[in-house]
Design a binder for this molecule. Structure first.
Ligand code: HAM
Length: 430
């Protein structure tokens, strides 16, 4: 038997687990500050939850099988269908707008590559029941504030934003019939990965006139708001979408995250259900895949649960963000740390050492002591390996006067102390 995990799956040894916990703490803290509440759903869902609305790409990556009851099921590859189903089921009872977040582990049988594994954790932040563009801005502000909480500013990360309604209007203006629009989205979604000829072919195969195909690619590549405003001055749909984008940018200014924003019509999102403003966050140097992606999906609840409720959200994965933070030296090492190593000076002090450890632990401090008899020099090495900040020597003074000697590794200082004082000081430093 191999001792390794399956390809694309990770073992979280304590260092990696600590880094994951560090990320999750930041995610939860920002979500909480924005008034979002946490939920979860089942990791296994009926297969047709995904085959109906997520689109071919994700359906091709499903971990699906027949369960012992003959049901067709799949491990969740994304959270959106689950949360849409859950909200639709209680649509009337929930206070609107619904502001929910979750950190599910997701499973996709992907071709393994940098930034893509077969499982990942994904923060999902979603708002239900609000169609105002202020909700779109609030959502992107959450994502940007998370970047900030991880130490990534607008020089490190850009939010590339588009609006499927704007793209639809432009494409219609270029003479593309509505039935052919999905082919345009599919081609634009691959604009950075496929050749011009392949993109044009994708579109013409889907019913887009060849002349329009070239023009659409030019327009999205330029992503020039002012050019669009002049060129499409007479097109109400385009102008309305541009005005919405202006309002969005203004709102993001008030949120203090305007500098992250960039209009980029090449962003359409691979998932089929998006209907409005869509976005992806990338590292500013363009070295990594998307850190985060999301947008408005106003029709999904109607499709899955028969409830007409606008919705929007994003998914932010732990893999790319982790790679980016490590590359920029912004990820803590994840090395273990405890507050105290309690060292019995002689073997005869072992029970006293356990009592000291117990009392410090009762005060909420993290404490280790040797589980077998060890010389003091071995203990000091063990204490450092355990990441202890201080060593508490327990000897005769403890038995006589309740006193211990405390050595601080950072300052090198050593002094006598009572347990009470020690706990107080440690809590002050925590
Ligand atoms: P997505 O673009 O498929 O969107 O995934 C969002 C993010 O999850 C990606 O930007 C990436 O960071 C991460 N991610 C996705 N697949 C993998 C993978 N195989 N390995 C590592 N990381 C990955 C969604 O899933 C939408 N359901 C998000 C959403 C929520 N939209 C609305 N609400």
């Amino acid at each position: 038997m191999s001792t390794g995990a399956l390809p694309g799956f990770r073992d979280f040894y304590p260092e990696q687990f600590a880094q994951r916990a560090w990320l999750f703490e930041r995610w939860r803290d920002v979500a909480r500050r924005f008034g979002f509440v946490e939920y979860d759903g089942p990791p296994l869902e009926p297969l047709d939850l995904y085959t109906k609305k997520s689109g071919d790409e994700i359906v091709g990556q499903l971990y699906n099988f027949e369960d012992k009851g003959g049901r067709q099921v799949a491990l969740r590859p994304e959270m959106t269908p689950t949360v849409a189903r859950m909200v639709a089921a209680r649509a009337n009872a929930l206070r609107k707008p619904v502001r929910w977040f979750s950190i599910p582990q997701l499973f996709r049988y992907e071709r393994q590559q940098k930034g893509r594994l077969r499982e990942h954790f994904q923060l999902n932040v979603d708002i239900f029941g609000e169609s105002d563009v202020a909700a779109d801005a609030e959502l992107l502000a959450v994502a940007c504030e998370i970047m900030r909480a991880c130490g990534l500013g607008p020089d490190d990360v850009v939010a590339r934003v588009s609006d499927r309604r704007l793209l639809t209007a432009l494409v219609r203006g270029a003479g593309v019939a509505d039935e052919a629009i999905p082919a345009v989205f599919a081609a634009v979604d691959k604009i950075e990965r496929e050749s011009q000829d392949a993109l044009v072919k994708k579109m013409t195969d889907g019913g887009v006139p060849a002349s329009a195909a070239g023009r659409v690619l030019e327009l999205v590549r330029a992503s020039d708001v002012e050019q669009l405003r002049t060129e499409y001055a007479g097109d109400g749909e385009v102008i309305a979408a541009l005005e919405r984008f202006d309002a969005y940018a203004e709102l993001l200014g008030a949120h203090g995250v305007r500098d992250y924003l960039r209009l980029d019509l090449t962003i359409v999102r691979g998932l089929a259900y998006y209907t409005g403003i869509v976005f992806e966050l990338f590292d500013a140097k363009g070295e990594f895949r998307a850190v985060c992606g999301g947008g408005r999906y106003d029709n999904l609840l109607a499709a899955l649960g028969g409830v007409d409720m606008p919705a929007l959200g994003f998914g932010l994965g732990d893999v790319v963000l982790g790679e980016l933070l490590k590359a920029r030296g912004k990820m803590p090492s994840g090395a273990a740390a405890i507050e105290f190593w309690v060292a019995p000076v002689e073997t005869t002090h072992r029970l006293s050492a356990i009592e000291v450890a117990r009392r410090l632990r009762a005060d909420g401090l993290s404490v280790e002591y040797p589980l077998k008899a060890q010389t003091l020099s071995k203990q000091l090495k063990a204490a450092q390996a355990a990441g202890a900040r201080r060593v508490v020597f327990v000897g005769d003074a403890f038995l006589e006067r309740g006193e211990v000697e405390v050595k601080d590794f950072a300052t090198g200082q050593q002094q006598a102390s009572t347990l009470h004082l020690l706990a107080l000081r440690a809590q002050e430093h925590a």
